[in-house]
Design a protein around this ligand. Structure first.
Ligand code: HEM
Ligand SMILES: *[C@@H]1O[C@H](CO)[C@@H](O)[C@H](O)[C@H]1NC(C)=O
Ligand SMILES: *[C@@H]1O[C@H](CO)[C@@H](O)[C@H](O)[C@H]1NC(C)=O
Length: 360
């Protein structure tokens, strides 16, 4: 009896394990866990070709990643408890109410990518909130070394314009930035995790005379160079002198935001910052987790469908962070005293000068 029962039970378990999980058939022979995810393969094909110039990690990808943040951070429980509307986070409000939100100073220049993305969202009949997070996740997958981000679909296509003042400015004091992120639900270390995004980033509007000036020497690679180079002693401005939110940078052609400079040296965040230099895997894992949280601010995760299997697998990298040519360890402003600064190989050759990210 005992034997028969366990044998039958065992057979059942085996049979259950053998049943293949039924996946939905989508276009071009691709499959997804849920049939409702299939539409995203069509969006994928379209934006890779027509928004990201054939799958590049270029300007539109950088702008699309920035947009995921500027839509999502329009979320404030603190305002809500004061009886004011604080926005529902990653809800597409920056696209639906671009006439209001793109006028906020902290959203300077974001109108370009909002206007570039909107026709794709409308053509594929997907919600603005979903589209913005999807484009960010696909865009990041074009950057070598990046994690494959999560993508959940199903945000409503309804939103109310976010109030001003919720998107951090690069000239905000660190305490103000930390408080703003805390209101949205992020711990100080998670700010650092999210700022890995600035490894594939450039500025256009802080100094409008030098558009495309990147924050590190490798703006199309999701490496830890940003975390190294922000710790180097600053020397000069890459363009037309000091602008609000800008501080001196260590390399010709490189731009340094005051906020990145200050966060890298803040005792609450300096060790998280430094830790990513020696550990690419930790950087990408934590960035992925923080992005997952950001993409669902104000949303109910349980009501969304996991369509992550539509996101392409990013190319990997084998390169290690380095000291740019012309720099030595003396130039590093070590700010984490709990662990030793990692060993870096020094790049040889003439002093590094970084070309701007080309506009497309
Ligand atoms: C401490 C908070 C942050 C501040 C003060 C800040 C500030 C800025 C500024 C001033 C720019 C330059 C914009 C321009 O002139 O065109 C920029 C670019 C960018 N930011 Fe941030 N940022 C913050 C956090 C984030 C986060 C959390 C993300 C995404 C997860 C992000 C992604 C980007 C990207 C990808 C760019 C490059 C855009 C491009 O190359 O066109 N930033 N950021
Ligand atoms: C979403 O709302 C916008 C207006 O804010 C509209 O233009 C768009 O067609 C809507 N998309 C869907 C899928 O309903
Ligand atoms: C450069 O900065 C100066 C002030 O420092 C300003 O008068 C000038 O208009 C700026 N040039 C450009 C091209 O923006």
């Amino acid at each position: 009896m005992q034997f028969t029962f366990s044998a039958a039970f065992f057979a059942l378990v085996l049979a259950a394990a053998a049943v293949p999980t039924k996946r939905a058939a989508c276009s071009n022979g691709r499959t997804a866990a849920h049939a409702s995810c299939c539409v995203w393969f069509d969006v994928l094909d379209d934006i890779q070709e027509n928004l990201f110039d054939g799958g590049e990690c270029g300007e539109e990808v950088h702008e699309s990643l920035r947009l995921t943040f500027h839509d999502a951070i329009g979320f404030s429980p603190a305002l809500f408890f004061e009886g004011k509307f604080g926005g529902l986070g990653a809800d597409g409000s920056i696209m639906a109410h671009s006439d209001v939100e793109t006028l906020f100073p902290a959203n300077n220049g974001i109108d370009d990518i909002v206007d570039a993305q909107r026709p794709f969202a409308i053509a594929h009949k997907v919600s603005f909130g979903d589209f913005i997070q999807f484009a960010g996740a696909v865009g990041v997958s074009n950057c070598a070394g990046a994690p494959r981000l999560e993508f959940l679909a199903g945000r409503l296509n309804f939103s109310i314009a976010s109030p001003p003042g919720l998107v951090p400015d690069p000239f905000d004091p660190v305490d103000k930035i930390v408080a703003r992120f805390a209101d949205a639900g992020f711990a100080p270390n998670e700010i650092v995790d999210l700022l890995a995004s600035h490894t594939i980033a450039a500025q256009d509007h802080v100094d409008p005379t030098i558009p495309g000036t990147p924050f590190d020497s490798t703006p199309s690679i999701f490496d830890a160079q940003f975390f190294v180079e922000t710790l180097l002693v600053g020397q000069t401005f890459p363009g037309n002198g000091s602008n609000q939110g800008e501080v001196v940078s260590p390399l010709a052609g490189e731009f340094r935001l005051q906020s990145d400079f200050a966060i890298a040296r803040d005792p609450r965040m300096a060790c998280e910052w430094q830790s990513f230099i020696a550990n690419h895997g930790t950087m990408t894992t934590k960035f992925r987790a923080a992005m997952s949280k950001m993409a669902t601010l104000g949303q109910i995760r349980e009501l969304l469908t996991d369509c992550s299997d539509v996101i392409p697998v990013p190319p990997t990298i084998t390169t290690k962070p380095f000291l740019p040519a012309g720099k030595t360890l003396i130039d590093v402003e070590v700010a984490c005293h709990a662990s030793p600064f990692p060993t870096l190989t020094a790049q040889s050759g003439p002093a590094t000068s970084i070309p701007p990210v080309p506009p497309s």
